[in-house]
Design a protein around this ligand. Sequence first.
Ligand code: NAD
Ligand code: ZN
Ligand code: ZN
Length: 350
Amino acid sequence: MRAVRHTAYHTFPTLKEVEKPTPGPGEVLLKVAGAGLCHSDVAIFHEFDEGLNPQMDPEFTLGHENSGWVEELGPGVDGLEIGSAHLVYGPVGCGHCRACTRGQDTYCENATEMPYAGIGLGRDGGVAEYVVVPARNLIPLGDADPIKAAPLSDAGLTPYHAIKLALPHLNGGGKYALVVGLGGLGLVGVQILKALTGATIIATDMKEEAMAEAEKLGAITVPGGEGQVERIREITGGKGVDAAFDFVGVGATVQTAMASAARQSRVTIVGIGNLSPYEWAFLTTPYEAELVNTYWGTVEELHEVVDMYKAGQITPQVTTYSLDEALDAYQLLVEGKIAGRAVVVPHGEK
Ligand code: NAD
Ligand code: ZN
Ligand code: ZN
């Protein structure tokens, strides 16, 4: 079968012929319906240095945001109908530590002893015709479209987890949320904020089209550049935002988020753009403003994200690409030319 492989650090991926995998005990072979291309893949093949994360050493198939149809069950797996559509929870921890048993494989206590971090993250992922996944990582989609659903497993789950933890700050009247970066994650983030809170949503991106999309979803947009923080504060009546979500995470956006924060607010950094330290100072920081980072989410939260999708509360903006076009789509992602999410459909659109 064909698969898009991460072959070496600081190297653009390759479309290759590899052996079709066989599911082991507790695993399932999926025929891939959709594989979303996440900006973290760009970090993996272009930015990460060898030694930073040995669990993600090449070579492996990319794609940690997947959906598919059950093709074959491994030994010991039953109760899954052949042909049924599922979304895949990407992180794979040891399965038995405290974090894994509460469905939070992202914070597995034995992560450093694991051979990989997740599906498409050291272990073969879904930008391929088929992918093998642990049966416990499958979320049933029922009749819902698995191609449009694929981004939910990361571009949906990651903002959902970040927003859910910030809900105490947005619970009540007159609340404001800031969303920085309106790509795959950010545009779903705006929809989740709209569905879960009554907060006024302020959003920003470098791209006009991305801001126009956020406006359609009900956000007020403020372009970057000089005066941006003042404009955001003005919208909030001077106090600043109660929660900020930075889906870029470079020095400038972390600064913007912190400078826009209200007292007793929460600033969540989701984007991994900032590989250099942020300078924190007591007198310029609003009192009790929390600054946190979050990583992906839990398997239970992914069930909740799928419930929201089925209820029509979130619809990822998807452009599909065939497996032959997957490398072109990655190139467009590198160049910042993808609107919403690029999803590779190895077996076409059904
Ligand atoms: P994307 O490429 O789809 O979108 C990024 C958006 O940010 C684009 O619209 C771009 O125009 C905008 N942008 C870039 N620089 C900007 C700046 N300086 N100011 C304002 N806007 C800017 O990316 P994505 O797939 O949505 O991922 C977003 C980030 O989140 C990436 O850093 C990715 O690696 C990270 N990520 C983190 C997690 C996690 O668990 N923490 C999970 C998934 C992705
Ligand atoms: Zn990702
Ligand atoms: Zn574990």
